[in-house]
Design a binder for this molecule. Structure first.
Ligand SMILES: NC(=O)c1ccc[n+]([C@@H]2O[C@H](COP(=O)([O-])OP(=O)(O)OC[C@H]3O[C@@H](n4cnc5c(N)ncnc54)[C@H](O)[C@@H]3O)[C@@H](O)[C@H]2O)c1
Length: 293
């Protein structure tokens, strides 16, 4: 199968690697050429990249080499999509930008290609408002790091055809993931639950009830979560987390999604989360709260 990935940031590169590792041909594009270069580099040498997978014997050296051969950097969106069976958009969580990309996909991708967004929180039907044929529009929401996490949320709009959903679910299974289906409601399943936990964690911190470390440990040791809510926010990227909450608030008008003040302050000051994952970040929760009285 031929897959086009539009937006080669944190998620785009992970998604591209997963499809390539499962034998699919992947064309990638990003408006920022530096993102393409660093993305390809991360697919080779990143913490979940091909070299690491070979070293951990998750794949053979030959499979690693084949994976890298399957990924092509396309000249632009049209070039990336021209023969695609599936297009996955993974650009910033920003509705007008995504709408613009999907308007272009209509003519850039073959008529029978599935058009999917990796959005975490935006309404998929709104992303595709400018498409004339909406049966093939859906959400295909991967979880970070996509090379490891087993879940993909498939989002069904009122106009997505049952055939498109079945096809998407099958594709997800071919790359070793488990699909779950959600209707096109803000936050779908996983983020509505996950962000609720994050908002409560932020309230505990703001009230002074507990410290970052202890809130994180409560969920890790008490509930067996692999990461605490702040650790996970740093891992996801604090700018992305902020955009997700803004999108949820905009979609629902519900004040419970108004982003915590500290999160906005961190992003404004360049604390974008884990610096090993975001090279331009000054740090995450621990670093910010160490320097903030
Ligand atoms: N970060 C996460 O943990 C996570 C998890 C699941 C889903 N998502 C969703 O995935 C999407 C991408 O998130 P991310 O964390 O990878 O963001 P990111 O900021 O790391 O990457 C976004 C990339 O999109 C590129 N871009 C922006 N506008 C573009 C355009 N018009 N055409 C082509 N490229 C463009 C940027 O240059 C950047 O490289 C968002 O919708 C986000 O909500 C993120």
């Amino acid at each position: 199968m031929r897959v086009a990935v539009i937006g080669f940031g944190m998620m785009g590169r992970q998604i591209a690697q997963v499809f390539a590792q499962h034998g699919h041909e992947v064309s990638v594009t990003d408006e920022n050429p530096i993102a393409v270069k660093s993305g390809l580099e991360e697919i080779v040498h990143g913490p979940y990249g091909v070299e690491s997978a070979v070293a951990k014997a998750k794949i053979t050296r030959e499979e690693g080499t084949k994976t890298l051969e399957q990924i092509r950097s396309a000249a632009d969106l049209n070039d990336a999509c021209k023969a695609a069976d599936l297009v996955i958009e993974a650009i910033y969580e920003h509705l007008p930008l995504k709408q613009e990309v999907f308007a272009k996909l209509e003519s850039a991708a073959p008529e029978n290609a599935l058009l999917a967004s990796n959005t975490s929180t935006l309404t998929v039907s709104k992303i595709g408002t400018r498409l004339s044929k909406k049966e093939r529009l859906l959400g295909m929401h991967f979880f970070n790091p996509a090379q490891i996490t087993k879940l993909v949320e498939i989002v069904k709009t009122r106009q997505t055809s049952e055939r498109a959903i079945q096809k998407a679910a099958k594709i997800v299974e071919t790359i070793g993931k488990t699909p779950i289906i959600a209707h096109d409601e803000p936050g779908f399943i996983a983020n509505r639950l996950g962000l609720t936990l994050y908002m409560e964690a932020s309230a505990l911190l703001e009230e002074g009830t507990a410290k970052i470390r202890d809130i994180d440990l409560a969920m890790k040791l008490g509930y067996n979560h692999p990461m605490g809510p702040f650790e996970l926010a740093d891992f996801v990227g604090l700018d992305t987390r902020l955009r997700n909450l803004e999108a949820l608030f905009q979609a629902t008008g519900d004040e419970k999604w108004i982003p915590p003040k500290a999160l906005r302050e961190m992003v404004n000051q360049g604390y974008l989360g884990d610096p090993s994952r975001r090279k331009d970040s000054k740090g995450g929760y621990q670093e910010f709260f160490k320097t903030t009285p």
